[in-house]
Write a protein that binds this ligand. Structure first.
Ligand SMILES: CC(C)CC(=O)SCCNC(=O)CCNC(=O)[C@H](O)C(C)(C)COP(=O)(O)OP(=O)(O)OC[C@H]1O[C@@H](n2cnc3c(N)ncnc32)[C@H](O)[C@@H]1OP(=O)(O)O
Ligand SMILES: Nc1ncnc2c1ncn2[C@@H]1O[C@H](COP(=O)(O)OP(=O)(O)OP(=O)(O)O)[C@@H](O)[C@H]1O
Ligand SMILES: O=C(O)CCC(=O)C(=O)O
Ligand SMILES: [Fe+2]
Ligand SMILES: [Mg+2]
Length: 335
């Protein structure tokens, strides 16, 4: 099969999978380097019977894969209800952290769904943690992590209507910046839309192919209206790289590599845009010391905050992760 024939075939197949043809384009050249597709050269996916060859090639080239309609409406309803209960403080899961938008964090609004922008670390909330154990999610996760699977980091994002200061944006970043464990190819994020998400309410924006690069230095962006705590962004990225806006329907799930550069736009609607996500890693991974690397700034910030808020001292970044990590399948071998 010659290159152009193969390219059009792949586009047709991906079209069937619901991926707009734009996302198939190679990030820099606009053409698919199909000659690089040899099974023995797969490095971002493991041999498996779950992904079709086209899906596997797509992830290898682009660093993400959207699976349409993966999580049921009934499950999403349950996550929504549990989120409401947490906001009303009817339940207080151990270890959970609640984030408010930077524009209102100093105000005295009572806790409600309208002031919470994101909850993190819901691993001790059995109802929300069900998300991380759903067989339909783990089936795909295993293609990246292998059989021993840890849920490392959990979030339910409730992107608020933008106040006008554009603080509802999430700057472009790589999730690996936050993670002191490797190898990066054994980590994958599952992110599920809890409702239709498009450019109006601030969809994910991804830079296809950037998972093939290295971890870039991150810091707070210089945004006039303010930036949320820990929302570090990449200072310097290839502005010519294609930007793909991932328009997703309720239940659609994107799996993406921790080096993939991504962010999310402003929420220009009056609704709170909801998504639930988990970062998984192979339990056979190992922790690294981030001292002397570009990740040192986030380590310092997290350690300082733990001291200020909880009086915790002499705890390494690795300990924070060991504590919240939870096994979902196979054996806890290392992490
Ligand atoms: C996968 C990856 C990309 C995502 C990640 O972020 S992984 C990194 C792990 N992340 C974390 O560990 C975040 C954990 N979360 C937290 O520590 C907490 O939820 C906090 C966000 C700090 C809020 O803690 P909370 O107990 O509610 O404490 P306070 O309300 O007293 O806030 C503590 C200080 O932080 C400030 N703050 C809180 N929320 C924001 C905000 N959105 N933007 C800017 N500043 C903020 C707050 O004003 C306070 O500072 P001071 O008033 O003491 O100076
Ligand atoms: N000035 C900026 N500096 C750094 N990152 C930005 C800036 N403006 C937007 N971003 C981030 O870049 C990504 C893409 O932004 P882009 O403007 O392409 O889309 P959007 O804001 O989602 O949608 P739209 O432009 O339709 O409002 C988002 O993650 C956003 O948070
Ligand atoms: O806006 C979102 O839902 C994505 C946020 C994100 O990328 C993150 O928290 O790491
Ligand atoms: Fe992210
Ligand atoms: Mg924009």
């Amino acid at each position: 099969m010659d290159g152009s024939h193969a390219a059009s075939r792949l586009r047709i197949v991906l079209g069937h999978l619901g991926c707009p043809s734009a996302v198939v384009a190679h990030p820099t050249s606009g053409a698919l380097p199909l000659t690089s597709f040899h099974p023995q050269q797969f490095q971002y996916t493991l041999d498996n019977n779950v992904l079709s060859l086209e899906q596997r090639k797509f992830y290898e080239e682009n660093g993400f894969l959207v699976i349409k309609n993966l999580v049921s409406d009934a499950d999403i309803e349950r996550f929504r209800n549990e989120f409401e209960r947490i906001c009303k403080q009817e339940v207080k899961p151990l270890g959970l952290s609640i984030m408010k938008d930077v524009t209102i964090v100093k105000s005295e609004y009572a806790l409600s769904e309208k002031v919470v922008t994101k909850i993190q670390d819901f691993q001790e909330d059995e109802e929300l943690f069900r998300y991380c154990t759903l067989p339909e999610i783990l089936k795909y996760v295993e293609c990246f992590t292998g059989p021993n699977i840890m849920a490392m980091h959990t979030m339910l994002i409730n992107k608020p209507p933008d106040s006008g200061k554009k603080t509802s944006r999430h700057p472009l970043h790589q999730d690996l910046h936050y993670f002191p464990f490797r190898p990066s190819n054994g980590i994958v994020c599952a992110w599920t839309a809890m409702e239709r998400i498009d450019r109006n309410n601030g969809c994910l924006v991804v830079l296809p192919g950037t998972h093939k690069g290295t971890l870039k230095p991150h810091d707070y962006p210089q945004w006039e209206g303010g930036v949320n705590i820990m929302f570090h962004g990449i200072q310097d990225y290839d502005k010519n790289n294609a930007h793909v806006h991932l328009v997703m329907e309720k239940g659609d799930t994107v799996f993406f590599h921790p080096l993939l550069i991504h962010g999310s736009g402003q929420n220009k609607t009056q609704g709170f845009r909801k998504a639930i996500s988990c970062h998984f890693a192979s339990s056979d991974s190992h922790y690294i010391d981030v001292k002397g690397t570009s990740q040192e700034n986030i380590e310092k910030e997290i350690v300082a905050l733990a001291k200020k808020l909880h009086g915790i001292e002499d705890v390494s970044l690795q300990d924070f992760w060991r504590f919240r990590a939870r096994l979902v399948k196979g054996e806890r071998t290392n992490l």
